[in-house]
Design a protein around this ligand. Structure first.
Ligand SMILES: [Mg+2]
Length: 456
């Protein structure tokens, strides 16, 4: 790598519990997450020379404090290390942080432990991009294939893709790369909207939002389903009527159903021509998703999942077994970019389209970089691929994503777009930020319980 290592000793890892009161407007509500307060564990990594990297993992409110504690427990693996040395053997470092001989018992590579690792790893990738003075996606596409692949831990996935194959796949895509970068910078990357159909929105609001997003140029619209069939049919019919037969409808059950229930429910929604059913059942049920995919194939309904998929091993099995037709990687889950690249490579090898999950806090900001990288360096195409777009929480970031005419437009800002604006931490840190103090005092939210002790 070209980075000069001097001054890159990591001297500080700061972590904050940051929450936004989105439950007040039912924003983000679905069949199972009925009242999310979009939140994150937010990591700032500082080097001796003062360069900082910012990273986060997304959470839904309660429980963020547990991720924060886990990140604190992982500091010992990073403090005192030289960032340049980490990047030179990123896969080795990745294994250190995800497979510590004692901590791995509370994972391994799943749940809170993996969310915590993701936040730290994301801050390190942001730091790397800043040191190289590039947007994250540009860092990824500019790295030599051998160097990029050296960041991935291939343990457990070599039956689908080996290190050597991965390098060859990236080398093969060097052809036409400059043209794709040019096209991307000029035309951006297609997006779909989830904003029209949150579960808690009234029919009137759904209708007016469909009209708004049609005017903004969107062609793909996603609606939350899964609690009551009659309500789903009515809401999806209204959206279909508003967007017309030539635009696209997707539905998302957020894990609400058992396998047979999913199949029956979706057969009844089939006349409305949904393009995919997202998270029909447990995110862990690979064979269940395969059964649903098979049953719904005659109706031309694909299965989409991945936003709560635990790690590359589960992604591997989903991809191998025909259980997902749309692979929804999430930028704040699994083990950061190192592991997400492995999923992109497996999806390309097994010819499954990646349509990333986004929304939440900072997920649109981050995942655009990954999908740009996929277009330039891995799949080489945007065909039938989309990035989710939710128009919330962007105002808190220094470099918010920019979506114009329903396309994510690459920006010149350096890093992974995860830095909060000054003042956000003072206002929305939980529970001592000024906004939270006020909302708790006003009775909008109950006072924190154990959290108070944990943060003390
Ligand atoms: Mg979803």
């Amino acid at each position: 790598m070209s980075t000069n290592n001097s001054g890159l000793e990591i001297v500080k890892i700061d972590v904050k519990d940051v929450r936004f009161p989105t439950s007040l407007g039912a924003h983000g509500s679905d069949a199972l997450h009925v009242d999310p307060d979009y939140s994150c564990a937010y990591v700032t990594t500082t080097t001796k020379n003062g360069t900082q990297g910012f990273g986060l993992t997304f959470t839904c409110g309660r429980g963020t404090e547990i991720v924060v504690l886990t990140i604190r427990s992982m500091k010992k693996f990073i403090i005192g290390k030289n960032a340049g040395d980490i990047f030179s053997d990123f896969a080795g470092f990745w294994r250190t942080i995800t497979n510590d001989s004692q901590m791995r018992w509370i994972g391994p590579e799943k749940g809170v432990a993996h969310l915590a690792a993701a936040a730290i790893l994301n801050s390190l990738w942001d730091l790397w991009a800043r040191l190289e003075n590039k947007p994250l996606w540009k860092l990824l596409v500019d790295l030599e294939p051998e160097v990029l692949v050296s960041t991935i831990d291939f343990r457990y996935i070599t039956d689908v893709v080996t290190k050597e194959e991965a390098i060859q796949m990236l080398k093969d895509k060097q052809i036409g790369k400059a043209d794709r970068i040019k096209y991307l910078e000029e035309h951006g990357y297609p997006a779909y909207t989830t904003q029209v159909g949150w579960m808690g929105y009234s029919d009137e609001l759904v209708h007016s939002l469909c009209e708004k997003y049609l005017k903004l140029g969107f062609k793909y619209f996603k609606v939350k389903v899964g609690v009551n069939f009659e309500d789903d049919y009515r809401r999806c019919s209204a959206v279909r009527e508003c967007i017309g037969p030539n635009n696209f409808l997707m539905v998302d059950a957020n894990q609400a159903w058992s396998v047979n229930e999913a199949i029956e429910w979706m057969k009844k929604l089939a006349p409305l021509k949904p393009m995919w059913i997202e998270e029909p059942t447990s995110p862990d049920d690979i064979l269940g998703h395969a059964a649903i995919s098979k049953a719904l194939a005659p109706y031309e309904i694909g299965v989409a999942t991945g936003e709560m998929c635990a790690n590359r091993v589960m992604f591997k099995q989903f991809l191998q077994s025909g259980a997902m037709q749309y692979c929804q990687i999430d930028s704040a889950r699994i083990g950061g970019i190192n592991e997400i690249i492995a999923v992109y490579l497996m999806a390309e090898k097994l010819k499954v389209k990646v349509c990333p999950h986004a929304g939440g806090v900072g997920l649109c900001e981050m995942v655009q970089h990954l999908q740009f990288f996929d277009y330039v360096s891995v799949s080489g195409t945007m065909q039938d691929r989309l990035i989710e777009y939710v128009d919330q929480q962007h105002e808190h970031f220094v470099d918010p994503c920019v979506v114009v005419n329903a396309r994510y437009m690459p920006q010149a800002h350096i890093g992974y777009s995860t830095q909060f604006l000054p003042g956000i931490l003072d206002k929305f840190s939980y529970p001592h930020g000024s906004e939270w103090k006020k909302m708790i005092k006003d009775g909008l939210f109950p006072p924190p319980d154990e959290v108070e002790l944990l943060n003390a």
